[in-house]
Each structure stands twice: as structure tokens, then as C-alpha cells.
Design a protein around this ligand. Structure first.
Ligand code: NAP
Length: 243
């Protein structure tokens, strides 16, 4: 049985991804930061249909917490075959000049340094086994940039750069690194938008609707599964044709 670690799996895209891996018979390490009850209820749900899942608390932006979490997962499950770096924050929307240096640090700490902290601790284990997959969650804004989300766009562009470079570095070790870049997905991250805002956005999206977290989960699963064994360094956009 293979093991996946999904960061930020208590809510949204991470939660649906954990559900999908659980349904497919994987052992799921569910990382959360603040939403302990949600992470635990998800694990109970996966266990209720015979799956294996455990919740692990860590703020991924904290190097020591991340290292401890990965040691615990390896001690508990023996391997981490796939790492999904999903944890992310947008913080707020506004002009670049309305964001303080501290705001920018917070956005990069979770979206970029969190991904690097998890990867740094999992990679030696994968290299030792000469196999593994890393799937990073970027955003279409990391590809084309968004007004009023300049720092978030920059952080998500860094996720793409990291994925492409790391894919080349780790290919000789049999490890694949890929990225998904979602468009507008129905999660708490967009909870501040009114129904009217969403309707307006939908007029710009060729498929005429925002996406579901389950739809992103399917692409993450594809990049984690054997069926994508010859794909590395790639970005799959899941955006209803928006970009
Ligand atoms: P969400 O519903 O707000 O959920 C965010 C998740 O990340 C939560 O489980 C949260 O855990 C976790 N998290 C945040 N900071 C963390 C930290 N420091 N350490 C560990 N976990 C942390 O967001 P989402 O929409 O599912 O977003 C998931 C990913 O997709 C993010 O990387 C986001 O940038 C990306 N994305 C989302 C959209 C969209 O439209 N929703 C579009 C493009 C890309 P706790 O609640 O336990 O703290």
C-alpha cells in the first residue's frame, strides 16, 4: 500500500484530494495547521470505509514542525511515496502597495517556504528508494499574473519555477515533480466573494462555472499515479479554459 502526505488537507482542495487517495486505497497522512477537528473527521470518514488515514499537525512554514511531522509519518507508515504540497494562503486582495513586507513574508512563508520545507525533508527518503512523486499546487495566477494579487501571483510563479527545476534535479533519482495550476475553485479561499462576484467571473470562464475541489483532486491524483510515470516538470491547468 502506498502512502501520500497531503499538506493543508483539512479543508478545500487538500481535503478532497485526501478523500480521493483514501478511496483509491492509499494510506493518507492528512496534514493540518489550525483545523484539527476537520482533519480528524476526515480521517474518521476515510477509516469508515476501510481506508487508512491519520492527521498530523504542522505549520508547514515552520521548518522544525515540518521535520518533526515527516519523521512521525515515516515512523508510523514506513514510507512517503507521494508528497502533495497543497497548503496555501492568499491572505487578502488589494494593490501591491497596500501589502506590508510582513504580509508578503506570510504569503511566501506558506506557499513557497512551506513547500520547500516539506520537500527538503521528504526528498532524501525518496532518493534513497529511487522513486517518488511530488505534486505542487500553484495557480493560474502564477502563470499569467493577477492584478490585486501580485504577491500571491509571485509566490505561485515561484512554485512553478521550483517544480520545473527540481524535476530536472531529481529525474536521475527516479522522482517526478509536477504542478497543478487551478483557476477559480469553490473553497473557503474564495468565501469572501459574493454570488454576484462569482456570476461575473463565470462570464469570463469558457466552461461557464467555477471549478470544484474534486476536479482539482483528480488531476493531482493523475500526477501521483503510475499512469503519469513519464511526465515530469509539467504544469496542468485546471481552470475551465479560463487562461
Ligand atoms: P482553503 O480552502 O483556504 O484551505 C487551505 C488549506 O491550507 C487548509 O487546509 C489549511 O489548514 C491549510 N494551510 C494554510 N496554511 C497552512 C500552514 N501554514 N501549514 C499547514 N497547512 C496550512 O484553500 P484551497 O482553496 O483549498 O487552496 C489549496 C491550494 O490551492 C492553495 O495552495 C491555493 O493557493 C491553491 N489554489 C486555490 C485556488 C482556489 O480558487 N481555491 C485557485 C488556485 C490555487 P488549516 O485550516 O488546518 O490551518
Amino acid at each position: 500500500m502506498k502512502t501520500v502526505l497531503i499538506t493543508g488537507a483539512s479543508r478545500g482542495i487538500g481535503r478532497e484530494t485526501a478523500r480521493l487517495f483514501g478511496e483509491k486505497g492509499w494510506r493518507v497522512a492528512v496534514n493540518y495547521n489550525k483545523s484539527k477537528a476537520k482533519a480528524e473527521s476526515l480521517c474518521e470518514e476515510i477509516r469508515s470505509y476501510g481506508g487508512t488515514a491519520e492527521a498530523f499537525c504542522a505549520d508547514v512554514s515552520d521548518e522544525a514542525q515540518t521535520e518533526k511531522m515527516i519523521d512521525e509519518i515515516l515512523a508510523r507508515f514506513g514510507t512517503i511515496d507521494v508528497l502533495v504540497n497543497n497548503a496555501g494562503i492568499a491572505l487578502k486582495q488589494g494593490l501591491f502597495t497596500d501589502f506590508s513586507a510582513e504580509d508578503a513574508r506570510m504569503i511566501f512563508d506558506t506557499n513557497v517556504f512551506g513547500m520547500m520545507n516539506c520537500s527538503r525533508n521528504v526528498i532524501p527518503h525518496m532518493v534513497h528508494r529511487k522513486s517518488g512523486k511530488i505534486v505542487n499546487v500553484s495557480s493560474i495566477w502564477g502563470i499569467c499574473g493577477a492584478s490585486c494579487e501580485v504577491i500571491y501571483s509571485s509566490a505561485k510563479a515561484a512554485v512553478i519555477g521550483f517544480s520545473k527545476a527540481l524535476a530536472k534535479e531529481l529525474a536521475p533519482s527516479g522522482i517526478c515533480v509536477n504542478c497543478v495550476a487551478p483557476g477559480m475553485i469553490d473553497t473557503d479561499m474564495n468565501g469572501h466573494l459574493s454570488n454576484e462576484d462569482v456570476d461575473d467571473l463565470c462570464t469570463e470562464i469558457p466552461l461557464g462555472r467555477i471549478g470544484k475541489a474534486e476536479e482539482v483532486a483528480e488531476s493531482i491524483f493523475f500526477l501521483a499515479a503510475e499512469s503519469s510515470s513519464y511526465i515530469t516538470g509539467q504544469i496542468i491547468t485546471v481552470d475551465g479554459g479560463w487562461m
